[in-house]
Design a protein around this ligand. Structure first.
Ligand code: NAD
Length: 353
């Protein structure tokens, strides 16, 4: 069963709960706007369904309300920032603002942000930079339960490590490529499990390393495993290539930012920390602006104008599905399954909202 909500209703629900968990009103609005925007963009995995986990993390002390970034090093075109386990929606925005300002001043900025609580949909941060005419490249690691298996491995060793590239296109909507290096984002397993759906083959292995289509293997501890607390794992996209990119995200987003890499077994802690290495480039400062503007658009047109495969309506480029979902959901509303809504209500009860 499910219910449909308008974005505004969900925003006020989130604001109320986040404030009851100790956040100032402005922070609660940032969290609410960001989560609901993920739902609007069609990524329910990163929408309001994350709120119960955030609230548990606050109650456990792994997520610090009302916390901003700390500058670890300001080297001009290089910024090293520590998110101090603050809400990713707050420290992510602050860090991006600092990096964008610096890139507009210097032509480029390499910004490392370690120790941020969950940064949500990474495309959100690329969109911020692209809106200022910048190219924005992101490598992100996830410190939480290791849920993704290495290529050829039989258990989870790292997170869903997303990678994102935003590119402004003159006179057009931008190119926003934003994906988990697992075949899909982990939250999509939670959504599928809550809806009682099976996944297609090729996404998951069980706690013994055998292929499975049951999303529950990465959502709930598996019975019969030693200690009863083992999980299965997700597989990377593109076999060894996605695995390679996931490792690069860990090395850049985790090690180079100073936020830390994954090298411990899973535990029950609810906080999800992200490290994000962001590379910002101002195309106006490359000496290639005219070519960039015309060649980029010419290529996108060329790709889109080809014939389509049988059964396909149109060739899309990254960013389009999210914009289409947003247009539709702003009018039609956002559908939440009853399990997800129940968990949100329960999170409210925990903090007296
Ligand atoms: P996905 O598999 O839906 O892929 C999304 C990307 O593919 C987008 O850029 C989209 O525009 C593009 N795309 C989708 N369909 C397309 C088509 N038909 N043609 C061309 N391009 C198409 O997304 P995902 O991998 O499940 O990731 C979902 C979200 O989860 C992302 O926003 C990601 O940043 C986020 N995420 C966050 C974390 C974190 O810890 N903060 C971890 C993992 C994922």
């Amino acid at each position: 069963m499910s219910q449909t909500f308008q974005a505004a209703e969900l925003r006020s629900k989130v604001v109320k709960i986040v404030m009851a968990a100790g956040s100032a009103e402005a922070e609660a609005h940032k969290v609410a706007n960001n989560l609901v925007m993920a739902n609007l963009c069609g990524h329910d995995s990163h929408g309001v369904g994350m709120l119960p986990r955030y609230i548990d993390a606050v109650l456990e002390g792994g997520l610090q309300p009302n916390t901003g970034v700390k500058t670890v090093l300001d080297g001009g075109a290089i910024l090293s920032l520590d998110g101090q386990a603050g809400y990713g929606q707050v420290v992510g925005e602050q860090a991006m603002q600092m990096g964008i300002e610096r890139a507009l001043e210097q032509g480029t900025c390499i910004m490392g942000l370690g120790n941020a609580h969950h940064l949500g949909r990474i495309g959100h941060w690329a969109e911020m930079a692209v809106a200022q005419g910048l190219v924005s490249i992101h490598f992100v690691n996830v410190l939480s339960r290791p849920v993704v298996a290495p290529f050829g491995g039989a258990d989870g060793r790292f997170g869903t490590n997303p990678c994102c590239i935003g590119i402004p296109l003159k006179g057009r909507d931008p190119y926003i490529l934003d994906f988990a290096t697992s075949r899909v984002a982990q939250g999509k397993m939670r959504v599928a499990y809550n809806e009682g759906r099976q996944m297609a083959p090729g996404y998951l292995i069980d706690q013994h390393g055998h292929p499975t289509t049951d999303p529950g293997v990465v959502v709930v501890p598996q019975k019969g495993s030693p200690g009863g607390n083992m999980f299965g794992a997700m597989l990377t996209f593109g076999e060894h290539k996605g695995f390679g990119l996931a490792v690069a995200c860990e090395l850049l987003g985790g090690a180079l930012t100073g936020g830390g890499t994954m090298h411990r077994p899973g535990d029950a802690r609810r906080a999800v920390l992200n490290g994000m290495l962001t590379i910002l480039i101002d195309p106006k400062r490359m000496g290639t602006q005219a070519a960039f503007e015309s060649e980029a658009v010419a290529f996108i047109d060329w790709v889109r104008q080809g014939p389509v495969a049988p059964g396909v309506d149109a060739v899309l480029t990254a960013g389009e599905p999210e914009r289409a979902a947003r247009r539709e959901r702003e009018i039609e509303g956002i559908v939440l399954d009853d399990q997800t809504w129940g968990e949100i209500e329960q999170a409210g009860v925990k903090v007296g909202a």
